[in-house]
Design a protein around this ligand. Structure first.
Ligand SMILES: *Cc1c(COP(=O)(O)O)cnc(C)c1O
Length: 374
């Protein structure tokens, strides 16, 4: 049996829908391919489902972060606290605005930014803190909100991987003053191309972001500010709008697979393979991430038995050549460094069959010396 990490036929169920939408929008009299009626309806549908002030669709999750940080006035001389372990956009977006990313270490188990470390990283130049939800676990947003409030800094929630996650009854993306989603194919509500969204409780911020995503325009060909080209595709807006009702079912399938894995893997903790914490509150199963003492050996063992796995972030952000200039000399991030050595993601996408899921679990258990099926 071979199990690819990502579904090889992600949009098969929606194939006809996508073809029809390309034709419908391609032949509609308005000839509007960006920021049209479908984008507006998609934004409204997300806004209503989240109960926020506004949702602004844009060209990617990365761009959504840039639009938010720009709208908050982040620029040269400012610092933004970001996790030391995570994806490049966390530091790139801050650096791209001429500001300084300040790296906070992460929790050794859940791999999300450690609130105490975030608080320690705050200085009088800090403009915002930007925690990110990770592979399977949301950041500690109640603590992050409290820290942001107490220090008078802004809170940006990188919820690019966590759309659909809920913590303490509150959806991912709605904890920060602004949150972002990414619709790149591998994310929980991924699509057949690029896309992202800004989610915000602040209508004024939303207005600025809306203007920034379209060159800083306020009304047609009037530019009170400089901006970006970060528009959203109409075909993808229509496609996502049609797929939205099926999204909870896809999340449930991911969560069930994850529950099963955690159940099977909890006994492996003493054998050098640690699953994420059990439960559903504050979880987002973008990927299912193990911590393995002998990560590369586990990876080889899985590959020899047909199971693809991925190492996310073999280097912490401050050790990447692009960002070493933001890493103070002598500073280390031991938990981020340990995560980079031990993290291994196994497939959890909703198109896996039960047989594939069982094969993956059996193989991990066999590696750790516990016999296969229960
Ligand atoms: C994917 C991702 C992004 C960027 O989203 P894109 O749509 O790929 O630009 C930002 N932050 C995190 C944590 C991500 O995983």
């Amino acid at each position: 049996m071979t199990v690819p990490f990502f579904a090889p036929d992600l949009f098969e169920d929606d194939r006809q829908l996508l073809m029809d939408l390309v034709h419908d929008i391609g032949t509609a009299p308005q000839q509007k391919f960006l920021l049209g009626e479908c984008t507006a309806r998609f934004e409204e549908a997300l806004r209503d489902s989240l109960g926020v002030a506004d949702v602004v669709a844009c060209s990617s999750g990365t761009s959504a972060l840039t639009l938010v940080l720009h709208a908050m006035g982040v620029g040269p001389g400012d610092e933004v606290v970001v996790p030391a372990y995570g994806c490049a956009p966390l530091a790139n977006t801050v650096a791209g605005l001429g500001a300084t990313p300040v790296f906070a270490d992460v929790d050794p188990w859940t791999m999300v930014a450690d609130p105490d470390e975030v608080e320690r990283a705050i200085t009088d130049r800090t403009r915002a803190i930007m925690p990110a939800h990770m592979f399977s676990v949301m950041a500690d947003m109640p603590r992050m909100s409290e820290i942001a409030r107490r220090h008078g800094v802004r809170l940006v929630e990188d919820s690019a991987v966590a759309q659909g996650g809920i913590l303490d009854g509150r959806p991912a993306g709605t904890w920060g003053e602004a949150g972002v989603f990414s619709f790149v194919q591998v994310k929980t509500f991924g699509t057949a191309g690029e896309g992202g969204a800004v989610v915000t409780m602040n209508p004024e911020l939303a207005r600025t972001v809306r203007s920034l995503r379209n060159h800083g325009q306020s009304e047609r060909f009037v530019y009170p500010r400089t901006g970006y080209n970060s528009r959203f595709d109409e075909v993808l807006a229509a496609f996502q709008l049609h797929r939205l009702p099926a999204f909870p079912g896809l999340l449930e399938r991911r969560a069930r697979i994850a529950d099963y894995y955690t159940d099977r893997f909890t006994p492996l903790a003493e054998r050098g393979v640690l699953p994420p914490p059990p439960g559903r509150d504050g979880r987002c199963f973008y990927v299912y991430s193990l911590l393995a003492e002998e990560r590369d050996a586990l990876r080889r063992y899985l590959a020899e038995r047909g199971v693809e796995s991925h190492v996310y972030y073999p280097l912490p952000l401050p050790h990447q050549a692009a960002f070493t200039r933001f890493a103070p000399a002598g500073r280390s991030w031991p938990h981020a460094e340990s995560a980079s050595r031990r993290q291994l993601a196994i497939p959890v996408h909703p198109r896996l069959t039960d047989a594939q899921v069982e094969h993956i679990a059996d193989t991990v258990c066999a590696y750790a010396g516990l016999s296969g099926s229960r």
